[in-house]
Write a protein that binds this ligand. Sequence first.
Ligand code: SAM
Length: 491
Amino acid sequence: MSDPSDPYGEISYGSSAYLQSHPDNLAVIAMLFGLQPQTLEAARVLEIGCAGGGNLLPLAAAWPGSQFVGIDLSPRQIAEAQAGVAALQLTNITFQAMSLEEVGSAFGTFDYIIAHGVYSWVAVPVREQLMALCARLLKPMGVAYLSFNTLPGSAARATLRDMVKFHTRRASGLPERVSQARAFFAFLEAALKDRDDAYARSIREELSQIAGLEDYYIAHEYLEETNDPCYFHEFIHHAQRHGLQFLGEAEIQSMSTAGLSVSVQAGLREMASRVEEAEQYGDFVRGRAFRQTLLCRPEIELKRAISPDLVQRFHFASALQPMHEEGSAGSRFSYRFRDADGRVMEVRDALARAALLELEAVWPVAVAFEELLERASVRAGVPTGPGSAVILGNTLLKCYSVSRGMEFQLSPRGFYPAVSDFPKASPLARWQASCGFRVTNQRHENVLLGFAEKALMERLDGSQSRRDLEAHFQEARLILEHFARVALLVS
Ligand SMILES: C[S@@+](CC[C@H](N)C(=O)[O-])C[C@H]1O[C@@H](n2cnc3c(N)ncnc32)[C@H](O)[C@@H]1O
């Protein structure tokens, strides 16, 4: 029997991993802005509204020295998460079905608090408790991650939500409402298709993003009782009232104005004297709809001008692709690199360029700074000099601050980047494959499997030789190579 007071019991959220909420990502940003964060070798992590554990289980499996606690109001989703703990025999994670309002001091304090997709989705008094909880449970160098829907970008979605809530008001049960909602979206799309006014364009744009969405997303994004976007300045004011301050965005590249024109950048500088104001005006300009904001304790003096020396502490993984250009001497490597979002970065220094080529060649492996410098020197045939580390550090930082294609890691992820004689996947990925088609790789990304991939994945416990697997599974060689490339194999 479904429980109408638990909409997530009626239709579970498609619980999955969120790379941007990875505590190591939060640690990197914290360190760049002047904190001394706890590394994942021994951290305490709390996830509020953890649903079925899709984000927290892979972290617990990958970092046995850390402790993880997940809470969620929905007993059905917590039961799913607990099934994962039992199947994987994890001893460093607990899940509890409870409201965030009931969390007491016995929980202790945390280095990282994650609340993905909760703030906008709960009523105002619960939001109040959520912020109070973060303030109460965050360690002195802790980081809280809260994602939420923002205005002005969410305005069209909020309008669509109002309409579809009205349309489905008489339906009984969430599954029926989802089916009525889909019919209404189709009706609206047809009704607006020949119009070119601002209203029709904005609703059509929103409708175009709905096509292909799964039922759980329609249910909890459009049909939930509460899903209220707010302006960034309102969120930050709320955080400050609870004794928290703005640290940064989990996708730090979104804090850069590099993609905006020179005159817009100048205008933003003139209007905004503080980083929070710059962020708010940036949202106005971009029409931002969603944020993944990081908060920390107010007494920490943040360093907004990042010291390039800090960069030397990290490992680096880069998916930036060198651009090939036709010149008078034919095709040649250019000074420019491009990321998957189409952003182009120019790197003129030979050593720094060699470093990016080196990283691209070994992607997704992360390389430590000293080693990267060494390898770049060999590749470029250029000896390292006194200024080399500074130039490389500045280049890496420049790329990282504008592009998601450059990753900094404090605790590098553990995976095996090739196919060994006895290929092995993590117990987590094998268990996920036994339950469905979505698995989490060692980089904390979601990977969708096809039928043959799923069948093969379930066998990868390291006991069967590559030769046997290739003899018994069609396309095993190609699939195993694919698994190695997407960080699904372990040593
Ligand atoms: C939109 S879903 C997001 C789930 C998950 N964090 C994700 O992004 O995949 C919101 C989650 O918050 C949970 N939730 C709502 N109110 C809560 C409360 N008062 N205490 C704890 N969890 C709550 C819901 O049960 C649901 O799982």
